[in-house]
Design a protein around this ligand. Structure first.
Ligand code: HEM
Ligand SMILES: [Ca+2]
Ligand SMILES: [Ca+2]
Length: 302
């Protein structure tokens, strides 16, 4: 591991506070930037490592690929970068800005705080074709676990990090198939959906309705970072198929239970574990030393 806490303490002492206040300002006018930035950091780290490759503009870059079309919040990173270039030109990487902004977003939604090791450098490669590393919402738990273990993350990290869905929303298009045409028998819906939750979701995403409408991933608590997401999974109230499978699959069910407040001997605190797993995720494939560069503008390589 080449990153360390306080990497900018001498070269740009106000770096972290500039990022924090920028995220705060945007959050005050639009609280949905918090989940957007958390997700963007995840999508960055899983492709070419945490190197801000997801921010690069141009034809066939990562941001043009289907899994990244819904990413938002680029303007927050650009805003922070502009201020940082004025204060300490050529010092703070876009990859670090994104890692810090993800942490700050969690804090703003009442989640845990943790120290973010910094010192990442920005990548020079961004290819749409590389985004197949990202997990998909229909992936089985085996596939999800494999995609995480390819990045050095275990099953506990998977359950913990997907708990990031405690904040934010999904467009109807990513789960509507579960509501109407999932099976040919019964009511046609995914049998893992709680029967009392089904009409609720159907009302939010009517058949032939607007598939871009957004629905909270953690029903009743989508603006608050808490363990409610896991209780919803227990109650058959997961929105994404991949999320609900964390409960229905025996290999991850125990891990979900450990976050439910049923604090047995092996009970775990979602808050504490989330910070730990985020540090692991944000160290994936980090470039340091003479690898990569410090971008001048986050949307373009130098
Ligand atoms: C198996 C792994 C995962 C899958 C299949 C998955 C899938 C998705 C999908 C389909 C959406 C909705 C996107 C949209 O409507 O545009 C979403 C949203 C989101 N994801 Fe994930 N995700 C996964 C893991 C993660 C992880 C590890 C994090 C962060 C630590 C994360 C954070 C988020 C957040 C915060 C949102 C809400 C975004 C917003 O409100 O704009 N996800 N995810
Ligand atoms: Ca990347
Ligand atoms: Ca929540």
């Amino acid at each position: 591991q080449t990153t360390r806490v306080g990497f900018y303490s001498k070269t740009c002492p106000r770096a972290e506070s500039i990022v924090r206040s920028t995220v705060q300002t945007h959050f005050r006018s639009n609280p949905t930037v918090a989940p957007a930035l958390l997700r963007m950091h995840f999508h960055d780290c899983f492709v070419q490592g945490c190197d801000a490759s997801v921010l690069i503009d141009g034809p066939n870059t990562e941001k043009t690929a289907p899994p990244n079309l819904g990413l938002r919040g680029y303007e927050v990173i650009d805003d922070a970068k502009t201020q940082l270039e004025a204060e300490c030109p050529g010092v703070v990487s876009c990859a670090d800005i994104l890692a810090l902004a993800a942490r700050d977003s969690v804090v703003l939604t009442n989640g845990p705080n943790w120290l973010v090791p910094t010192g990442r450098r920005d990548g020079r490669v961004s290819l749409a074709s590389d985004t197949s590393n990202l997990p998909g919402f229909t992936d089985s738990i085996d596939v999800q676990k494999q995609k995480f273990s390819d990045k050095g993350l275990n099953a506990q990290d998977l359950v913990t990090l997907v708990g990031g869905h405690t904040i934010g929303t999904s467009a109807c298009q990513f789960f509507m198939y579960r509501l109407y045409n999932f099976t040919t028998t019964g009511n046609g819906a995914d049998p893992s959906i709680n029967p009392s939750f089904l009409p609720q979701l159907q009302a939010l995403c009517p058949q032939n309705g607007d598939v871009t409408r957004r629905v909270g991933l953690d029903t009743g608590s989508e603006t608050r970072f808490d363990a409610s997401f896991f209780s919803n999974l227990k109650n058959g109230r997961g929105v994404l198929e991949s999320d609900q499978k964390l409960w229905t699959d025996a290999s991850t069910n125990t891990l979900v239970q450990q976050f439910l407040g049923i604090r047995g001997l092996l009970g775990l605190s979602f808050y504490v574990e989330f910070g730990k797993s985020m540090v692991k995720m944000s160290n994936i494939g980090v470039k340091s030393g003479t690898d990569g560069e410090i971008r001048k503008v986050c949307s373009a390589i130098n």
